[in-house]
Ligand binder design. Sequence first.
Ligand SMILES: NC(=O)c1ccc[n+]([C@@H]2O[C@H](COP(=O)([O-])OP(=O)(O)OC[C@H]3O[C@@H](n4cnc5c(N)ncnc54)[C@H](OP(=O)(O)O)[C@@H]3O)[C@@H](O)[C@H]2O)c1
Length: 238
Amino acid sequence: MKIVLIGATTGIGRSLAEFYASQGHELVITGRRTALLEEVKNAFPNIKINVLEMDVVKTDEARAKMDEAEKLMNGIDLVIINAGVGFQKATYEQEMNTIDINARGFTALAQWSYKYFAQKGSGHLVGVSSLASQTGSAYSPEYHATKAFMANYMSGLRMRSAKYYPNVFVTDIRPGFVDTPMTKQNKGMFWVATPEKAAQQIAVAIAARKKVAYITKRYQIIAILLKILPEWLIAKLF
Ligand SMILES: NC(=O)c1ccc[n+]([C@@H]2O[C@H](COP(=O)([O-])OP(=O)(O)OC[C@H]3O[C@@H](n4cnc5c(N)ncnc54)[C@H](OP(=O)(O)O)[C@@H]3O)[C@@H](O)[C@H]2O)c1
């Protein structure tokens, strides 16, 4: 497969890049810290890995980089939009940055990818949202709101596929807790997965063309609880 991986420098994205490279797939890997992307490329000298610097906040530039990625590989089969940030008790600037990256940046790239696959007649778009998409949060309301945005956006794209583009697949990946630089600041995490385990389960869900996948799988229980418990109880528990 020819894969574009947005946000591959650390954490889940990096483990995904390493997993797909180890399976022999051709990759374009992106992020702002290109030195970290070069490390991934150098670790797999026999695999065609292209490094592209991309800041998803610069939406026009980021979309132009998708054109470049398409040319570099002469086509794209799978786009994984993993780039994201999250803060606890964020400042105003951090809240706006979260919206810029997780919602605006995501939309810029999801729109490019879906349109590209629709024109081609096939393809697979994957967005890494979160279990956080299922509820609000006292500590990070903007993060949960952006992840709900992503989940609903992808749900809409799946509806569009059902109507018009049956061979364009959309998978919403919803991790619970994964041990990455983003979660270093978090307290009270449970069932924490390694990024490698998360990447493996994500790859299985993508291969199965799942609509939605919780990572790890048992977080689906929490997702159900978040949908049925009253807000006051969720505020007490989480
Ligand atoms: N870890 C968890 O428990 C957890 C749970 C649920 C959902 N998630 C989601 O999983 C995804 C990956 O998170 P992670 O935990 O692996 O965190 P991470 O290690 O901090 O990785 C975040 C990735 O996003 C990229 N990124 C951030 N801002 C960017 C920007 N402006 N432009 C381009 N790329 C940008 C980073 O690359 P650069 O900084 O080099 O640009 C990095 O590759 C995120 O969407 C996160 O919300 C994580």
